[in-house]
Design a protein around this ligand. Structure first.
Ligand SMILES: *Cc1c(COP(=O)(O)O)cnc(C)c1O
Length: 385
């Protein structure tokens, strides 16, 4: 039996007829860039999320870059984002001449910490980028929006890992992650919860002016053919990728459900192991488990990972180093020196295989390997908190 972190081929097999036909249709039409499937997909996503506008683009990183360009980020502007996440948002900020300002994260949810954000706000703060990490929607979106609105700061959500996750809001309603800030960004990288067969991304907004600007920026800053209003990018989703996503979108809720069931199966089995903390769920049914990330007592984390590896089970450390410590950013960033959950998390997190096709017997292999590792390692009895 083999266990993979993600099994893209197995998922493809469940919908191969529809995918093959959709791709063949694009080839028959041969409008490979800006073809019909693009508008269809953008409409389907707007309807699904309940946002006024969806603009597709070349990748999730491009989506964040385009969002920052659309709000007019310029040299010297500061953007607050979490220290514990994938580098894309920091990269986009720095490439545009902005300063990445790294806030700490909550050690339970792994998401950006409101108090840390408040400590870092300055006159130069142009935007806050909360990241819905591992598929867990931020539970502080209301507070972040309040903080930002009071000071004319933009909120750009990095929703690359949580497409389809729902945030529970203060007024008792729910809204999809990525639809609460001024702009939401997502990635359709193949391994994401909604992934295509290459690179892809999209932005969401309810703001007509921002939407028009983003659409133009993603197409060389053109307002009409060969009319350049802005300095833009060439960042468009391929028509074939849009066709793939259009087939996959109606299956998304079922796939998210399968991920949740797999996550709960792991958590039931692992929750009583003293050296492990299973993932927290901020609100029931909101986490979409892009990753299933446990916390392991640091002294055992790497040894557990080797034991899994020996049993043929892959695992990953997302993320091994906080961004403010990375050579590319350490000299140009600002970070919160009062709180350091990001560093502590980088020393204890471990992501286990999770995807919509994972079977109980595959999970049992992972669980049994973890349990027997800790039975063999009965040294001391420190519980990890
Ligand atoms: C994947 C990812 C991105 C970037 O997406 P790409 O499509 O790979 O450019 C950005 N932010 C987060 C949190 C991600 O996980």
């Amino acid at each position: 039996m083999t266990v993979k972190m993600v099994d893209l081929y197995k998922q493809y097999q469940t919908i191969s007829n529809d995918i093959d036909k959709a791709i063949a249709d694009v080839i028959a039409d041969s409008a490979f860039v800006r073809g019909r499937a693009i508008t269809d997909l953008e409409n389907d996503i707007s309807n699904f999320l309940g946002t006024k506008h969806c603009i597709s683009c070349g990748s999730g990183t491009d989506a964040i870059t385009l969002a920052l360009m659309a709000i007019g980020l310029s040299k010297g502007d500061e953007v607050i984002l979490p220290a514990f996440t994938f580098a894309a948002a920091a990269e986009a900020v720095a490439l545009l001449g902005g300063t990445p300002v790294f806030a700490d994260v909550d050690k339970t949810t792994f998401n950006i910490d409101t108090d840390s954000v408040e400590r870092l706000i300055s006159k130069q703060t142009k935007a806050i980028i909360p990241v819905h990490l591992f598929g867990q929607p931020c539970d502080n979106m209301n507070r972040l929006m309040d903080i930002a609105t009071d000071r004319n700061i933009f909120v750009i959500e990095d929703n690359a890992q949580a497409f389809g996750a729902e945030c529970h809001l203060h007024n008792g309603t729910t809204a999809y992650a990525g639809t609460i800030g001024h702009i939401g960004c997502t990635s359709f990288f193949p391994t994401k919860v909604l992934g295509c067969f290459g690179d892809g991304g999209a932005l969401f907004t309810n703001n007509d002016i921002l939407a028009e600007k983003i659409r133009s920026l993603a197409n060389h800053g053109q307002t009409a053919r060969y009319q350049y209003r802005y300095i833009g990018l060439n960042s468009r989703l391929d028509t074939i990728q849009a066709a793939v996503l259009k087939v996959k979108l109606p299956h998304l809720k079922k796939w998210i459900d399968a991920r949740r069931k797999a996550a709960h199966y792991y958590s039931e089995a692992l929750k009583n192991i003293p050296f492990i903390k299973v993932p927290h769920e901020s609100a029931k049914g909101s986490h979409v488990y892009h990753q299933y990330t446990i916390k392991v007592t640091p002294q055992y984390r790497d040894r557990l990972r080797s034991a899994l590896d020996t049993a043929g089970i892959p695992s990953m450390i997302y993320y091994p180093v906080p961004l403010y410590m990375q050579p590319a950013y350490s000299d140009i960033c600002i970070y919160d020196r009062q709180s350091d959950n990001s560093l502590a998390l980088s020393e204890c997190v471990l992501s286990l295989p999770i995807h919509s096709e994972l079977t109980h017997s595959q999970q049992d292999l992972v669980i049994d390997t973890i349990k027997s590792f800790f039975e063999k390692t009965k040294s001391d009895n420190h519980c990890y908190d």
